[in-house]
Design a protein around this ligand. Structure first.
Ligand code: NAP
Length: 317
């Protein structure tokens, strides 16, 4: 059973993979090229791809009878894999739900607080030696406790963010999702995204990246937000129309944004980098040793189940 792992992993994950399977681990931290993906499909039984490895219909069309039978994706988001095309050539796909939830919710709160309280801007001021001392009207930001938060996509991560907002910050939670959610905190489902955007102080995006959610946050949604509103995106870059976001920020239609992901990642437009009212993180959602190890173990649990002929623990639907 030959396994290809598409990126270097934590020591614990690499050790387990090598102990349990005939494993090759790519040394590059960059996404796989098309040639590498084709080799992976033709020469390995299982591949553990991740963000940026574009297993598109075009790639599967070039490997119509692959040796590979499972893409055990490292990550809950799998919008880089055409799951229908994979299934069409007999390749199953799994992901790592749950392992990522709390860490990603923590990063959403980091972005919300940093943007509202101007933490990035303040940190830059201190580092540049330009801080002239405390005074009553210095760097006034947006109060967070008790405000209204709107969650776009109240799934695992969306609920974890909402819990933090409700229990930690006494915020009122509003949301949109495709179905009603049964949660253990008060949460009001709104009829439309525009209604949600207009009702809240913080709009937090937590939907999966897919054709249906591309540019879900567009100029109309941004213009429905309050001028004091702050957008946070921890989902996928393409869910937000980045050009529309830059325009909304430049024109003062919204007050700020906290971003972990970007439409053309890792490109971050100069216009965003020049704005003090945005907090920009380099896709840090799950970036802790224990979380990345947990994700790797869940991906390897799927590999192990596949090898043993058992049901896959976390197949994507
Ligand atoms: P999840 O449990 O599947 O939750 C997604 C939620 O989005 C579901 O509640 C779903 O509603 C809702 N949804 C889907 N399409 C929608 C639409 N068009 N309008 C409104 N709501 C919609 O997924 P998760 O585990 O929370 O992960 C969410 C995403 O976060 C992942 O797919 C990934 O892209 C991203 N992520 C980012 C990072 C990072 O490093 N920044 C880390 C982990 C994950 P229903 O339940 O009603 O279908």
């Amino acid at each position: 059973m030959k396994l290809l792992i598409a990126r270097p992993m934590t020591a614990a994950v690499e050790a387990r993979a090598r102990a349990e399977f005939d494993t090759e681990i790519r040394t590059s931290t960059a996404p796989m090229t098309e040639d590498e993906m084709l080799r992976a499909l033709r020469e390995f039984d299982v591949v553990m791809p991740t963000l940026g490895d574009m297993f598109s219909a075009r790639v599967f069309a070039q490997a119509p009878e692959p040796r590979c039978r499972l893409l055990a994706n490292f990550g809950v988001g799998y919008n880089h894999i055409d799951v229908v095309a994979a299934r069409g050539v007999g390749v199953a796909v799994t992901n790592t739900p749950g392992a990522v939830t709390d860490a990603t919710a923590d990063i959403a709160m980091t972005l919300l607080l940093s943007t509202a309280r101007r933490a990035g801007e303040g940190e830059r001021l201190v580092r540049l030696g330009r801080w002239e001392g405390w005074h009553p009207t210095q760097m006034l930001g947006h109060h967070v406790t008790g405000k209204h938060v709107g969650i776009v996509g109240l799934g695992r991560i969306g609920q974890a963010i909402a819990r933090r907002c409700h229990f930690g910050f006494g915020m009122q939670v509003f949301y949109v999702a495709r179905s009603d959610k049964d949660v253990d905190f008060p949460a009001t489902r709104m009829d439309s995204l525009a209604a949600l955007a207009g009702a809240v102080d913080f709009l937090v995006v937590a939907v999966p990246g897919e054709a249906e959610t591309r540019h879900l946050i567009n100029a109309d949604v941004l213009s429905a937000m309050k001028p004091s509103g702050i957008l946070v995106n921890i989902a996928r870059g393409e869910v937000v129309d980045e050009a529309a976001l830059i325009a909304a920020l430049s024109e003062g239609l919204i007050a700020g944004a906290g971003l972990d992901v970007y439409e053309f990642e890792p490109e971050v437009p100069e216009a965003l980098r020049a704005m003090e009212q945005v907090t920009l993180l380099p896709h840090l959602g799950t970036a802790t040793e224990e979380v990345r190890t947990g994700m790797g173990h869940l991906a390897l649990d799927n590999v192990a189940a596949f090898v043993a002929g058992r049901d896959l623990p976390t197949p994507v639907s």
